[in-house]
Design a protein around this ligand. Structure first.
Ligand SMILES: N[C@@H](CCC(=O)N[C@@H](CS)C(=O)NCC(=O)O)C(=O)O
Length: 211
């Protein structure tokens, strides 16, 4: 398998974490994602992945899979151990809801293409874009905190072992810290992130800081 990857990407980090939890080694193809000249925007990559996003995973059978949630569920199906989804239907639905609360309600508002649009079409300067990002991260993680704390599921976000929910939460929480948020304001998230930092699959595959 081959992963189209970017070390800074929060979405690609999710797939790297899932691969590491499964003990799977894949070929990595770095794809640049920032600026007009980004490889993700070029026709060659668009032909492969029309959305022009990372991650994307080329399977052994030559199919290109896109979207981190779909890729991770695929990996979980072809390599079921250790499972990335909890054992009960309710807990599985909860894990997916945390994953989507991060991917669809927070992360989707932050990537380079969104910042580029705010800059080019809505005349937001750097400070305006930073305020936009802080707003959606702060509001989004506060909601995720309530979801997790309200359910009181266990040691991790959706039970007593790391799951899909943690795979999505961890890179977003690391990103929030880099933006200057103190995770202590969200005690359930802060406690889970402390435990996840001690797990090499998470710690070694967190999104890198943008240089
Ligand atoms: N929902 C997608 C999000 C993918 C995504 O937005 N990736 C970002 C990097 S974190 C990207 O490739 N951005 C390129 C751009 O915004 O132009 C997923 O979960 O895979």
């Amino acid at each position: 398998m081959k992963l189209y990857d970017n070390e800074v990407s929060s979405a690609a980090s999710r797939v790297r974490i899932a691969l590491a939890l499964k003990g799977l080694e894949v070929e990595r193809q770095p794809i640049t994602i920032f600026g007009e000249a980004a490889e993700s925007r070029q026709p060659d990559y668009r032909r492969l992945n029309p959305q022009g996003l990372v991650p994307a995973l080329l399977t052994e059978s030559g199919e290109l899979l896109t979207q981190s949630l779909a890729i991770i569920e695929y990996l979980d199906e072809i390599h079921p151990e250790p499972p990335l989804l909890p054992p009960t239907p309710e807990a599985r639905a909860f894990a997916r809801s945390v994953a989507l609360a991060v991917a669809a309600e927070i992360h989707a508002l932050l990537p380079p293409r969104v910042a580029a649009y705010l800059d080019a079409n809505l005349s937001l300067d750097e400070a305006g874009i930073a305020a936009w990002r802080r707003h959606w991260v702060g509001e989004g993680l506060a909601a995720v905190e309530s979801l997790i704390a309200g359910r009181g599921a266990g040691a991790f976000a959706a039970g007593d072992r790391p799951s899909l929910a943690d795979i999505f939460l961890f890179p977003q929480a690391i990103g929030a810290e880099r933006m200057g948020f103190d995770l202590a304001q969200w005690p359930a998230i802060a406690g889970i992130v402390t435990k996840l930092r001690a797990i090499p699959a998470f710690a070694e595959n967190a999104p890198a800081a943008r240089r």
